[in-house]
Design a protein around this ligand. Structure first.
Ligand code: HDL
Ligand code: ZN
Length: 412
């Protein structure tokens, strides 16, 4: 539908100019040192590209894993960029990043790219990336069970306020019995058989870490088979420990639903898959716990419509992001349009899930382009119905969707 008021350009300009709060990533505060990944080799060995490269090479998985990061990156570059056109979203992302830095990979070779990145001062590079991606804040994924990360919390590092913490508790909820010994070693009097003492001690564990890292929310990723109510450790711990904890601390509980871990273990982190979630579990959680707030993203395309309809029923449910395998232009467009048409602007369209600092540049430029298009279409339809939109209204809506609504949702 043509837009009489240059609407598409106005929306694109405002979306590009509005800084985003990236509510879920795997990036780290720069004070976490080498945990904050950046540069061409980390961009290329991103697990999305690892799985794509295995389709294009007959290198045995174990030989790949025994290679150095540089050798792995060379293999991936050759398989996905030299011998074939890099048309996948994850491949295009690497090129968007390099192009934004003014680098032309087709002329240069990986050596030249490595030299360029090696020449960037870390602190300057972080500022450059956050400015290019127009990101005002970055949500981390902080797991007490991560042996690499925990020493930084033990040491007490100076924090960059733009990086906020989120408490990730998967081992507690999806591998309870294997996690009990670790909790006991940390001084929490829990038992495999659960019970009130364990619930109290898990709440103390959650409270200790929430305070320690200043977590903005609690998060877990759940398999497609997650059920609630159910006679499972996961359901029991959510009901008797996590949700009371979240109420005590005024925190939303973030559920990332539908991940099948280690579908192909030989691919390691690249080996995870997905399945359709039974959202009646989410419906039951929202209905049984009106005092809790839920941030939810689903991995299966087939779960998206049900998630949006559930969000229409429960204002305590805030859908967010086009997660992982739905983070592709076609599905971002489909999901964002579905959400706009059924929820208005009361959701958070995207998070980057970035694992490498430089990825912020492509994940946000690709998503902003699509969000702007979807929004412009809605505003054009409004204008056609006699409701002209002002720049101020567009700015208000975009700020909401790029983090403002999330901040209000977290504040309760
Ligand atoms: O569980 C998660 O938070 C997922 O985002 C996984 O980390 C996954 O490996 C990923 O990076 N997806 O984008
Ligand atoms: Zn993630």
């Amino acid at each position: 539908m043509p837009s009489p008021t240059g609407l598409i350009d106005r929306v694109a300009r405002i979306v590009a100019a509005t800084p985003v709060l990236d509510i879920h990533t795997h990036l780290y505060d720069p004070s976490f040192g080498s945990l904050l990944l950046r540069g061409i080799d980390d961009l290329l060995v991103y697990h999305y590209l690892v799985s794509e490269s295995f389709r294009r090479s007959d290198v045995p998985e174990e030989r790949f894993w025994s290679a150095t990061k540089t050798e792995q990156a060379d293999l991936i570059w050759d398989a996905l960029f030299v011998r074939h056109s890099p048309v996948s979203e994850a491949c295009r992302g690497v090129l968007t990043v390099l192009d934004a830095f003014g680098l032309s990979p087709k002329q240069g070779d990986l050596k030249a790219l490595r030299q360029w990145f090696a020449g960037q001062k870390p602190a300057d590079h972080i500022e450059r990336v956050m400015a290019l991606a127009n990101v005002r804040g970055i949500g981390m994924t902080n797991s007490p069970f991560d042996d690499e990360e925990r020493p930084f919390w033990d040491a007490g590092v100076a924090r960059d306020p733009r990086f906020f913490a989120a408490l990730r508790i998967d081992p507690l909820l999806v591998a309870w019995k294997q996690t009990v010994p670790q909790l006991r070693a940390w001084g929490y009097d829990v038992a495999p058989g659960l019970g009130q003492r364990s619930a109290d001690e898990v709440r103390r564990f959650l409270a200790d870490w929430t305070r320690r890292i200043g977590a903005r929310y609690c998060m877990v990723s759940l398999p497609p088979g997650f059920a609630y109510p159910a006679d499972t450790e996961t359901a029991w711990l959510i009901e008797h420990a996590v949700l009371p904890h979240c109420r005590d601390h005024g925190q939303p509980f973030a559920l990332m639903m539908g991940v099948k871990r280690a579908v192909n273990p030989a691919l390691r982190m690249a080996g995870d898959g997905m399945g359709r979630s039974d959202l009646s579990a989410l419906q039951a959680l929202c209905a049984a716990h009106p005092g809790n707030r839920f941030l939810v993203t689903c991995l299966s395309r087939e779960s998206q419509h049900e998630l949006v309809v559930l969000a229409r029923k429960f204002r305590t449910l805030h859908p967010f992001g086009c997660w992982w395998f739905t983070n592709t232009p076609q599905l971002i467009e489909e999901i964002t349009t579905m959400r706009l048409e059924l929820l208005g602007t009361s959701f958070t369209p995207q998070h980057s899930d970035a694992r490498v600092l430089d990825q912020l540049v492509y994940k946000w430029s690709h998503s902003r382009e699509i969000l702007a298009r979807c929004l412009a279409e809605r505003y054009t339809a409004l204008e056609a119905s006699g409701w002209p939109v002002t720049d101020a209204e567009i700015q208000r809506d975009v700020y909401e969707m790029l983090g403002g609504a999330f901040e209000r949702f977290c504040a309760g």
